[in-house]
Design a protein around this ligand. Sequence first.
Ligand code: ADP
Length: 577
Amino acid sequence: MKVAKRLVSFSLIMWKGIVLSVVLGWATVVSWVALMSTSAYLLSYAALHPSVAELQVAIVGVRFFGISRGVFRYLERLVSHNVSLNLLAKMREWVYVALEPLAPAGLQDRQESDLLSRMINDVETLQEFFVRVIAPPLVAILSTTSVVWFFGRWSWQFGLTILGLQIVVGIVIPLVSRILGKEPGQRLVQLRSKINAAAVEGVQGNAEIVMFGEKEGFLQKFVSVEKDYDHTQRKMNVIQAILDGVSVFSTQLSALLLLFAAIPLVNVGNLDGRLLAVVVLGALVSFESVAPLPKTFQYLEESIEAGKRLFELTDQIPIVPEEGALLERGEKIDIEIKHLSFAYSQISDAVLNNFDLDLPFGQKAAIVGPSGAGKSTLFSILLRYWDYMQGEVMLNGQELRTLSPEAVRSVFGVISQSTYLFNTSILDNIRLGNPKASLEEVKEAARFAEIDEFIQSLPQGYDTYVGEQGGFLSGGQRQRVAIARAILKDAPVIIADEPTANLDTITARKVMEKLLGLSSGKSLLLITHQTHGLAQMDEIVYLDGGRVVERGTYEALVELKGHFYHMRQLEKDLLPT
Ligand code: ADP
């Protein structure tokens, strides 16, 4: 119930639209009942051959209600869909705003496809919440009250019969439907998410599935979930069909019961004979307001399940809080790290142990070491993707933990190993670094990254689309676009995680020399596996197992003949100088 309450209070942000659409829904039903009643009256009266003048009022009534029903229905659909779509847009925004601070630390344990399914399917399921769950019961309560009051004035038996059968159709059948539909309803939502997950995995891992001959296995898995889905859907449909039948039967039964109640009244002269058909037809169509209620309960079940899944995600507390102080002086950043220790979770081993680094503004430091040493982790901490537990990280004397992640990220130009490129033009992708940059500035950044010449050679130049995740570009080209993007940002500190890993040796060296040549007005923190060019670094830190095992200038480390020296020797043996 808590979930339903939260969904209702979320919908109430559009309460004016909701009230209007409910009133319009009620007016539609009332017009329909009035149309059938006046038509029945007109026909019954006309059978007695009165003068046309006596029929005038009824004729006008039929015309009026015939038109008003259509107009009210149209307006009701217009308003209710407007409310629905607005709520959908607000919900999408709300989910995104709630998810953003969770990434990446809070979302890494979740499957990408499951996240997608929650963001798309569950939100779409909730789109129905207003139109199918909130509005129909309110319209039904208003309409039933009006109809029972109207016919009840003629005879209490009419009122009671209509009320009783409308309760059966509007409450008893929905309750039975809820009880029977609960389990398959929940299962359908879960299975839909499973199918999505399997489909996304199938598309993304298509190459691997084909390459490793897993096609059959994958298909079988997919088909078995589909079968389960079909089976559950069929079960749901059978329940629905039976209940629909009972609902139609009860509606028709009302006509019969009302006839039984009305005929004796006509016989004894307590009811005008011309009203006999009015009672039967008017009451019959008044069931229109309760007819959608069984579906309401079914949608309620699905909505609660979808709401639960969404709230579970959005209620997650971000590992790194969004709020924090602003950086007081953001133009020149001095970084000072002291005794920093970090583990990804309380039960896992420390990935960084007692790490120190001093990087005054304008200096360059390189972090080298074997894979898994904790180098990228250090970057994640600096960018406030994760929070550290022990030690100090100071930016201009302000503790990193107390700063807002947004403020922190604004001072770093990041070149990561796997940069995401959006499915738009190269120009827009580079401009992400600085949306206000001119074309000339973008080109300058691209020249820096050694990619300008390639872009110019493309038929559409900077307007070339890069495809999904930059799929139209090679790994090296993507990396250079990422470098151009980071350079364009013009942040005081560049942090680069193996920026040249995917480049050929000659380009890699050119790019590295340029990065190292960023002498004035920027600091550089570089993770690299290559020793080439590191002679220009103010400090090189050799990290192994999260601990600093060597540190110093290039000459000092070469002289030491330790880990760094061996790394350099290995590289010399492998690569041309
Ligand atoms: P490097 O960049 O030096 O190759 P990383 O900082 O990526 O090393 O990883 C250091 C250690 O932390 C590795 O043992 C890795 O398995 C672990 N690790 C990295 N990222 C995560 C993560 N998001 N969650 C849990 N463990 C992680």
